[in-house]
Design a protein around this ligand. Structure first.
Ligand code: NAD
Length: 383
């Protein structure tokens, strides 16, 4: 069996799906590994390091696509690459099946198996494969570093002979995986941190990191959906959150916003008035930008200055930390591979809860019902 490691082609992507250090257990099972030259270079892994780990290296991307039985990736291959996949190959990565199912249409139509790391169920057994959490952790950290870099102030309180500098005030909206890491990072840098989340359960976690949890009366509605995620709120409840955010923005130097509701566009929580209420020089990092953004002024991927406030809307912060992001992601991939490869052979038990949840398509048909429905809607004749 051949496992292929490709150089990622998405603009700005620097991560790699597996590092040389991950190959030992695969090669010990008799699996051959071929790496596209340069695949790991941004993540600190040279071609020579892959060779030393027992892989072969080629510049021939087409060879890997045509011959790999297993193709772990960071992001989805483009349509041309999809059309070249080996029959019955297994492809896994952040394939964005719900965001952009039509971009996967060529692969879905082929007799291959596609697993999406976004769809790995977030159950205890699959925690070690939870790449969304790994990348959210990296993004939460990097968002605060990016904000600290832009802010024309210091984060920690300084008491010096030349006077006292007050600590920066950071407001984190959405205290899930990314938000909690943003809080921890801002605290380590010495900022005073406040946080808001609609899930009451987040309060304890926020306080345990030394930040203040801002409670708001949402009218007693259910704010938690399944699996520890937030539920979609009513417009009235959202408005109460928006009011709190506008009030808190006025005394915040930095806002890091991460609020998401699975499968929905990001909730619009930050009004223009909240941005305008911030002091000039303040920084807002909208980590929900890939899902449209939490701020009504956000333009995903674009940095703006509005009333003197810098608004960052990064689409791929983990790619700015490629070594450690790849390290974490590759461990998630390796743990997933352990579910589908036993003693060097592919064993696809699609009745397994984790595999069933993560499977987008198998042997030419969509398996995920939401993907199937979306593709049907796209291909249905109109009028
Ligand atoms: P997420 O990215 O979907 O959302 C980020 C945060 O935004 C969440 O904390 C959510 O409550 C919050 N949010 C949503 N709407 C909001 C609003 N209107 N106002 C303010 N905040 C809002 O979630 P996530 O960070 O991936 O995970 C959230 C939770 O899911 C975790 O804290 C955990 O409890 C659970 N989880 C479980 C597992 C597991 O068991 N393997 C893994 C990851 C997460």
């Amino acid at each position: 069996m051949l496992l292929g490691i490709l150089k990622e082609t998405a603009p700005g992507e620097t991560r790699v799906a597996l590092l040389p250090e991950n190959l030992k257990t695969l090669i010990a099972q008799g699996i051959s590994v071929t790496v596209e030259s340069g695949a790991g270079v941004s993540a600190g892994a040279s071609d020579a390091a892959y060779r030393e780990a027992g892989a072969s290296v080629t510049v021939d991307r087409g060879f890997i696509l045509a011959n790999a039985d297993l193709l772990p990736l960071v992001t989805a291959p483009d349509a041309a690459d999809q059309a070249r996949l080996k029959l019955h190959a297994v492809v896994l990565g952040f394939l964005k099946p719900l965001e952009a199912p039509q971009a996967l249409a060529a692969a879905i139509a082929r007799p291959v198996t596609l697993f999406s790391m976004e769809l790995v169920p977030r159950i205890s057994r699959a925690q070690s494969m939870d790449a969304l959490s790994s990348m959210a952790t990296v993004a939460g950290y990097k968002a605060v570093i990016a904000a600290a870099d832009r802010l024309p102030r210091l984060f920690p309180m300084l008491i010096t002979a030349a006077g006292t500098i007050p600590p920066a005030r950071v407001f984190v909206i959405g205290a899930g995986v990314a938000g909690l890491q943003a809080i921890a990072t801002a605290r380590r840098l010495g900022a005073v941190v406040e946080a808001f989340d609609v899930r009451a359960a987040a309060g304890e976690q926020v306080r345990s990191l030394g930040a203040k949890f801002l409670d708001v009366d949402l009218g007693g509605i259910a704010t938690e959906g399944g699996g520890g995620y937030a539920a979609e709120l009513t417009e009235e409840a959202l408005d109460r959150g928006r009011d709190l955010i506008t009030r808190t923005a006025a005394h915040s130097d930095v806002i890091v916003t991460t609020a998401q509701v699975p499968g929905r566009p990001a909730p619009r929580l930050i009004r223009r008035a909240a941005v305008e209420a911030m002091r000039p020089g303040s920084v807002l990092v909208d980590l929900a930008a890939p899902a449209g953004g939490n701020c009504e002024l956000t333009q995903p991927g674009v940095t703006q200055t509005i009333a003197g406030v810098t608004l960052l809307a990064p689409l791929n912060l983990p790619a700015e930390v490629p070594v450690d992001a790849s390290h974490l992601y590759a461990r998630n991939i390796l743990n997933f591979l352990a579910l589908i490869v036993k003693k060097g052979e592919l064993t696809l038990d699609l009745a397994d809860e984790v595999l069933a949840g993560a499977c987008v398509a198998h042997e030419g048909s969509p398996v995920n019902p939401r993907v199937a429905k979306m593709l049907e809607a796209v291909s249905a004749p109109t009028g």
